[in-house]
Design a protein around this ligand. Structure first.
Ligand code: GLU
Length: 424
């Protein structure tokens, strides 16, 4: 791993930033003359660490650590979600921001990459405390975000309500109503139809095409899904509608299996309220056993680093669809490639969310809103065009879809970097 020597982060080979750096190293041979600029990708443009103090409902004062990292803005304003999670670190947010740079370039959206996070367990906060944390964080990062600078959005444990508070806080500070400062907002506040389901839909659209190319019939295909939030559950629903069977689901409460297919109509409402563990229509198994369940398609849609070398060795899937960001460590990527398991990487597979975020931002600027059919059609077209281009690149160089996605994206980013030139 040839890490840029940054004093503020010490990545390891399987940590998020270490994983990202090794993905960049793998693309260098395909960048030609542009490789001269590659160091640009190995360090974030800007990283802001903020203190987020709030008064708790019981009158005590609590402090949380918050981040906003702008990895690259060569092609446009920063873009990327905000994550609320007790384990969030600067290193993780750096990697997530860098994957946004690659993702937005892979689908050719006019954005750079950014990401934010607060080291907090939102489940332990009351509604009012959550609002105060969100507002104070937004105010603290307000010096670097904005509709033309950097546009946050939902990610793990954040949603439309949190985006409404962010939009309001930013707007109050600038003295206007700036709907374009965040995406993933409620519909009546400049949100877009189709945004909530967009990430899961993109996983489905890219997965369906990958299955077609593999000769894998979706009717009767067995699917295992890790993470049953906004991404995993929507993708599962769409695959089930296409005739696939969801045979295993894992979330933070446990793992359930049913070789005949889990009944999503009863599972989905339970998953949203209590989690999947209490579901009666399947058997509970040990969490580690999720990885060798008999299945054709594996959808990791939870957090980073889940597909380890050991788990890659035992999966029975022929196709892996990365709903999560950074779920596969580099050693596991090599094992999957050797074993002939096709991986549709995060930076294209889950790009549906940011694509509809882009539609939302465009609609906010023009104050003209599209209907859901138009949004879904445009989303499907963008995802399919990007995937086909990536597939051609992979075939031409005989490389994995991940390296091909990085090749297509990094060429766009570094070309912009070169054309803009260095200031001063
Ligand atoms: N958090 C999502 C992602 O990881 C969406 C980001 C956005 O819409 O800006 O792609």
């Amino acid at each position: 791993m040839s890490a840029a020597d940054l004093s503020y982060v010490q990545p390891t080979p399987n940590s998020p930033w270490g994983t990202y750096l090794s993905q960049v190293d793998r693309v260098v041979p395909y960048l030609g003359e542009l490789s001269r600029w590659v160091e640009t990708l190995k360090r974030p443009k800007r990283a802001l660490i903020v203190d987020v103090p709030i008064e708790m409902d019981d009158g005590t004062i609590a402090h949380f650590e918050g981040y906003r990292v702008q990895h690259n803005m060569s092609r446009g304003p920063g873009k990327g979600g905000v994550r609320f999670h007790p384990d969030v670190t600067l290193e993780e947010v750096m990697a997530l921001s860098a994957w946004m740079t690659v993702k937005t370039a892979a689908v050719n959206l006019p954005y750079g990459g950014a990401k934010g996070g607060i080291r907090v367990d939102p489940k332990k906060l009351t509604h009012k405390e959550l609002e105060r944390v969100t507002r104070r964080y937004t105010s603290e990062i307000g010096i670097i975000i904005g509709p033309q600078q950097d546009i946050p959005a939902p990610d793990v444990n954040t949603n439309a309500q949190i985006m409404a508070w962010m939009m309001d806080t930013y707007s109050m500070n600038v003295g206007g109503t700036a709907t374009g400062v965040v995406t993933g907002k409620p519909l009546h506040l400049g949100g877009s139809l189709g945004r909530v389901k967009a990430t899961g839909r993109g996983v489905f659209v890219t997965g369906r095409e990958a299955a077609r190319r593999l000769g894998l019939d979706l009717r009767g295909a067995r699917i295992a899904v890790q993470g049953f939030g906004n991404v995993g559950s929507v993708a599962a629903e769409l695959f089930a509608e296409a005739g696939a069977k969801i045979v295993a689901v894992q979330d933070h409460t446990g793992t359930i299996v049913n070789a005949g297919g889990l009944d999503l109509k009863t599972l989905l409402p339970l998953a949203r309220t209590e989690g999947v563990a209490g579901f009666k229509g399947g058997d509970v198994i040990a969490n580690e056993s999720f990885w060798d369940v008999a299945c054709d398609i594996l959808i990791p849609a939870a957090l980073e680093g889940q597909v380890t070398a050991e788990r890659a060795q035992k999966t029975q899937a022929r196709l892996v669809l990365e709903g999560a960001n950074g779920p596969t460590v580099p050693a596991a990527d090599d094992i999957l490639a050797e074993r002939g398991v096709l991986v549709v990487p995060d930076v294209i597979c889950n790009a549906g969310g940011v694509t509809v975020s882009y539609f939302e931002w465009v609609q906010d600027f023009s104050s003209f809103f599209w209907d859901e059919d138009e949004i879904n059609q445009r989303l499907d077209r963008i995802m399919m065009n990007a995937l086909n281009q990536i597939w051609d690149t992979a075939d031409r160089h005989r490389i994995t879809l991940r390296t091909a996605t990085f090749a297509v994206a990094c060429e766009r980013i570094l070309m912009a970097r070169q054309e803009r030139g260095l200031y001063p």
